[in-house]
Design a protein around this ligand. Structure first.
Ligand code: RBZ
Ligand code: NIO
Length: 350
């Protein structure tokens, strides 16, 4: 399934990009007046291979949940059980992601790819467990390559299911206590950046824990220095949710359904997806830039410009959800706004 998905991903279509750019310039506004929104609409046209691109709605958020062996190193102030407790909260509709999803009209699906407990079946929960938490990445590989493939394929199958159910925009979400440590390790490895520059405070660690966290990321990079392929790097340093989110992004791109990326966890996962299939970036929109320092590094490597910066540092898909109305507005311009010709508005003399 992974190989077939990667084979189906195509880079942006040059003709659709050119058509979308010239359409933007014929609309009743000064050329470029919609700034970054024009780039978003053009980008989605290239990815969809048609201009104007289809409206990116309805949107579906998938929150991939998993636990992390590296939690044992003391990198997060929160107990590991918070992962499963937050899954219950998502399913009950009580998290910030639920409030934002309701605000923008997105569906919410929670996917257990590796929570360290057996979760009771519930509506809105998909169980695609690869393990009960990863191994400690500061001591060796977090998972085997076979587990990484299983998690990637779990993400692909969630993308396929949501698209088959009608989603025309996918939004990434995550839940996993200690996953900002794995994110920092992935970003350092995939971008060749020093651990100190990409390791942040996650849920809000103090100075001494932040220093420890940087040392743990360094140890993880040393312990896994043998990982040299995209898959082995993802397996060595990632969490099950990172691998599943990477698969979810690949699955959206293969189906030409745009993917709005959330924060630093999504950014780290997107680096893995991009290493497996570089064209995948043409299908992604960076919803926001989070306060985690590694996020900007990941987005720069992917060539993606974040739509908003609200200093969010939550995850769950919250930043991706908030960007969805902006992406819809950008595309709606292409569908609804009159051209100079059609509206009888005089163009600027050239
Ligand atoms: C109550 C609560 C709700 C959350 N929702 C998302 N996260 C976020 O924080 C975690 C990563 O931060 P760290 O690496 O510092 O543990 C992830 O689970 C992420 O989704 C939460 C964290 C907590 C505590
Ligand atoms: O920026 C993020 O995406 C983030 C920050 C802290 C915890 N979880 C996610």
């Amino acid at each position: 399934m992974l190989e077939e998905t990667i084979a189906a991903i195509r880079p942006a279509d040059a003709r659709a990009l050119a058509e979308a750019r010239s359409h933007q310039d014929r609309l009743t506004k000064p050329p470029g007046a919609l700034g970054v929104l024009e780039e978003v609409a053009v980008r989605l046209a290239g990815a969809a291979r048609t201009s104007p691109p289809p409206m990116p709605e309805p949107a579906a958020l998938a929150i991939f949940a998993a636990d992390h062996g590296v939690h044992a190193q003391g990198v997060s102030p929160w107990p590991q059980e918070v992962t499963q407790q937050m899954v219950a909260n998502f399913l009950a509709g009580g998290a910030v992601a639920n409030a934002f999803a309701a605000q923008v009209g997105a569906s919410v699906t929670v996917v257990d790819v590796g929570v360290a407990a057996d979760l009771p079946p519930a509506s809105g929960l998909m169980i695609k467990k690869v393990g009960y938490g990863t191994a400690d990445l500061s001591l060796g590989p977090a998972m085997t390559e076979a587990q990484a493939v299983q998690a990637l394929e779990a993400g692909i199958s969630v993308a396929r299911t949501l698209i088959a159910d009608g989603a025309r925009c996918l939004i990434t979400g995550d839940m996993g206590i200690a996953n900002t440590t794995a994110s920092a390790a992935l970003i350092a490895a995939f971008t060749g950046t020093d651990a100190a520059a990409v390791t942040g405070r996650g849920t809000g660690v103090d100075d001494s824990t932040h220093t420890l966290k940087i040392a743990v990321v360094r140890r993880a990079l040393d312990a896994n220095a043998a990982a040299s392929t995209p898959l082995s790097t993802l397996a060595a340093l990632g969490g099950f949710e990172h691998a599943a989110i990477a698969g979810f992004i690949l699955g959206g791109a293969a189906a030409r359904v745009p993917v709005i990326l959330d924060g630093v966890i999504a950014g780290a996962a997107a680096l893995a997806a991009h290493a497996l299939s570089p064209s995948v970036a043409d299908h992604c929109v960076a919803g926001h830039r989070s306060a985690e320092p590694g996020h900007a590094v990941a987005l720069a490597h992917l060539g993606l410009r974040p739509l908003v910066d609200l200093e969010l540092r939550l995850g769950e898909g919250t930043g991706g959800l908030l960007a969805h109305p902006l992406v819809c507005a950008a595309v709606r311009v292409m569908h609804d706004v009159a051209t100079f010709d059609a509206a009888g508005v005089t163009e600027k003399p050239s």
